[in-house]
Ligand binder design. Structure first.
Ligand SMILES: [Zn+2]
Length: 742
């Protein structure tokens, strides 16, 4: 078994850089050595990683040793049934008697062993202990001894820490991490036999121009380090590849060194995320035995479903491996009030949404001395409830039939510095529309489009997934040939995996539309007219619920296309932009033809909807109800089957439907709140009755239905393969649990 693991790690170590970010043609053979998330050798996930259901992260600050109440924390961990912990050990500040030169000891440590004391206390409680390190900053003595270990800016200056002038920033890709931190990790595992090392801020603090980075990058690419963020610059493109490769080398190095000492331990990187995250999630999903998502809470404009979105993104490549969502007990804001305490309902909502979408809850607290204790009973209540019902949270699979693709290569090579606006906003818009439509769905990584990973979906959504390889386009076409449906928007497939524009969409034959060579936008004052099908005199189901509307607003950016092949007569036609000022000129001008506003097609047994404009991105920006309806109708028409779950009633809910070994669960998270798009919540607004219909699992008998938050059994009826019931009210969260006969 162990040799399988070693072979796997060796294979992973020899990956070419290019296949980490995109695979096509030549790279395919190399890419295939990375096992997909579904076929990881069992040894990679064996061990303790699936055991912890609840995590507690307590990170010491330098003056904690001798000044905090150890017994209090151990008692708290016990009361909340925390199964695992992440405790601060070293790197930036050591909290144990380290013998490694230049490993700075806390000035308050004296002859104590703060990390050793708390970790042995946690072990006595039966908890798994993971040591936290942070390599991103060092003291001036490191500067004096090894000036080459520090991060260097583009002008050649060593970089002082912006928050604390006593510290310097380190280079993540040079000897500080590869040599010094490797020694630190070896020492911690040897002394304490911890179950893992979790590193915070291990991937660097932006571009580094130190001598090691210059030389290593030159050796890799033959080029100088880039001075531009344009991903079409040859040096920047190579840098994106090299940077990832170097970080994965570091990951494998640390993991290997840890396992030489404790084969049951692993390196657990603070890494991962969605399209905007920097390390290829497919590779991360292959390497990580478990992962904690460092998405601590809301900041600025952010919907509470962002917590569940992280869970879906992590699961898309982690498969059934345990994933945990780290939640802050404090306010998350750029002003970094790290000792603050968040409103209890905001903590409840954030954690509930993560649990609903598959996270195991983790709280994080920096500073073991408590200035403000208001969060303690909130976490205690959530964790105790979670413990009482934990068998219902060991999910085996989701029944969602809709998958939304996200693409890191699109963000890196097409989006570049504008990735948030060009790549993430369309995703957020479509995500919001699916939430409002109460359609359960999953996120899908664009490097995992093989039948094993997508055939449990009926519909795949591509929200401006601009950069797709020839291979990925082929996989999507094959998905449709097998009976799947596809919804795509804007520039989807107009670029290859390196962000280089094609002459035509890679998916033109699916869309029924070819790129006409130009785009328009930002458009002001443009509309879409609603058109009946001339043959039937009826509106297409894409326009259902628009009642007596005859036109709706258009988006902001339009891709000019030419129809190819057979399509259904377009249900929407473009009313081109016309003057919006002076007001006297504000009337539509006659045009000879009105372009199609959407392409709707039957392709084999599948269905395809292509919007040649930014309906999803505009929805995120403007939130026009008509655009939300269009997106909902597109998914319903494309999916063309009874939903596995329907929830009817007032309000905005994030929903999910899961199977466990001997049960099924439906999560209903109440997002209905004036603070829905920007925390913190003021108060919870309870929802009125919801009518729920759940598709019963085939061949299994339901023996009991229970509401896990209300804490009572509910009456239900079985009706044509569906379980129907009423949920009388929902505060933050309700879970419907269906026990299945064994
Ligand atoms: Zn460097």
């Amino acid at each position: 078994m162990e040799s399988t693991r070693r072979t796997f790690l060796k294979q992973a170590a020899t990956l070419s850089g290019a296949c980490l970010v995109g695979f096509d043609g030549r790279e395919t053979a190399e890419a295939s050595v990375v096992p997909s998330a579904g076929s990881i050798p069992e040894t990679a996930t064996a061990g303790w990683y699936d055991r912890p259901m609840r995590w507690a992260q307590l990170s010491f600050v330098e003056n904690d040793p001798g000044n905090y109440d150890l017994a209090f924390w151990l008692d708290y961990f016990k009361r909340i049934h925390a199964d695992a912990t992440i405790l601060n050990a070293g790197g930036c500040v050591a909290f144990y008697p380290t013998e490694i030169p230049l490993h700075y000891r806390s000035k308050w440590l004296g002859t104590m062993d703060a990390f050793g004391d708390i970790s042995s206390g946690c072990r006595k409680l039966g908890m798994n202990v993971v040591a936290r390190t942070d390599p991103h900053a060092c003291h001036h003595d490191v500067y004096d001894a090894h000036p080459d270990w520090l991060a260097v800016d583009e002008n050649g200056n060593k970089r002082r820490h912006a928050s604390d002038p006593d510290f310097w920033l380190t280079c993540a890709l040079g000897p500080y991490n590869f040599e010094f931190m490797t020694a630190v990790h070896r020492e911690i595992v040897s002394k304490y036999m911890v179950d893992g090392i979790f590193t915070n801020r291990w991937a660097g603090s932006g571009m580094c121009y130190c001598e090691h980075c210059q030389k290593n990058f030159r050796d890799f690419s033959g080029l100088e380090l880039p001075r531009t963020s344009n991903p079409q610059d040859p040096s920047r493109r190579q840098y994106i590849v090299w940077h990832q490769q170097r970080l994965f080398e570091l990951w494998l190095l640390w993991n290997g060194e840890i396992q030489k000492i404790n084969p049951n331990a692993s390196y657990i990187a603070n890494a991962g995320g969605g399209a905007l995250s920097e390390l290829d999630m497919k590779t991360v999903g292959g390497l990580a035995p478990t992962l904690l998502a460092d998405r601590q809470g809301r900041a600025g404009m952010m919907a509470p479903w962002a917590s569940g979105k992280s869970a879906k993104e992590f699961r898309s490549t982690m498969g059934r491996k345990a994933i945990a969502g780290i939640s802050s007990v404090g306010l998350e804001d750029k002003y970094r009030w790290k000792d603050s305490v968040q409103n209890g309902d905001e903590i409840r909502l954030w954690i509930a949404d993560g649990i609903a979408q598959g996270f195991r809850p983790t709280f994080t607290k920096f500073n073991a001395k408590l200035f403000d204790r208001r969060w303690l009973p909130v976490i205690e209540e959530i964790f105790q409830w979670h413990y009482t019902n934990q068998d219902y949270f060991r999910n085996e699979r989701s029944f969602a039939r809709v998958g939304m693709i996200y693409s890191q290569q699109t963000a890196a090579f097409y989006g570049g510095p504008d990735a948030a606006a060009k790549v993430e906003d369309p995703t957020l818009g479509f995500y919001q529309a699916l939430i409002e439509a109460r359609i359960p769905f999953e996120m899908v990584h664009d490097h995992l489009l093989d039948s094993e990973h997508v055939d449990h979906f009926r519909t795949l959504i591509l929200p401006n997934i601009a950069a797709l390889s020839t291979e990925e386009c082929r996989q999507i076409r094959e998905f449709v040939e097998r009976g799947g449906s596809v919804i795509a928007t804007s520039e989807t497939s107009l670029y290859d995996e390196w962000g280089v524009q094609r002459k035509d969409f890679g998916l033109a034959s699916l869309f029924g539309a070819s790129y006409a060579g130009s785009q328009e936008g930002p458009m002001l004052n443009s509309y879409l007219s609603l058109e009946k099908d001339p043959s039937s005199g009826q509106y297409h189901p894409l326009l259902s619920g628009f009642d007596d509307a005859t036109r709706i607003i258009n988006g902001v950016h339009k891709v000019h296309v030419t129809p190819v092949g057979e399509s259904i007569s377009p249900p929407l036609r473009v009313v081109p932009t016309y003057p919006d000022l002076p007001m006297e000129e504000c009337f539509p001008r006659p045009v000879s033809t009105h372009d199609a506003g959407v392409f709707v097609r039957n392709v084999g047994r599948g269905r395809v909807v292509y919007f040649p404009w930014d309906v999803d991105r505009t929805f995120w920006e403007v939130l026009d109800v008509d655009h939300g309806k269009l997106l909902r109708n597109a998914v319903l028409w494309a999916t063309n089957e009874p939903a596995p779950l329907s929830v009817e009633g007032k309000g905005v809910l994030d929903i999910s439907i899961w199977e466990q070994k001997n049960s099924m669960t439906v999560h209903l998270v109440n997002l209905t709140n004036p603070m829905m798009m920007k925390g913190p919540l003021r108060e919870v607004i309870p929802l009125s009755t919801q009518q729920v219909r759940i598709r019963a699992p085939e061949g299994r008998r339901v023996t009991k239905v229970r509401l896990l938050v209300a804490g009572n059994d509910v009456r239900y009826r079985e009706d044509a393969g569906m379980i129907a019931l009423e949920v009388p009210t929902i505060g933050v969260h309700e879970v419907i649990a269906l026990d299945l006969a064994v």
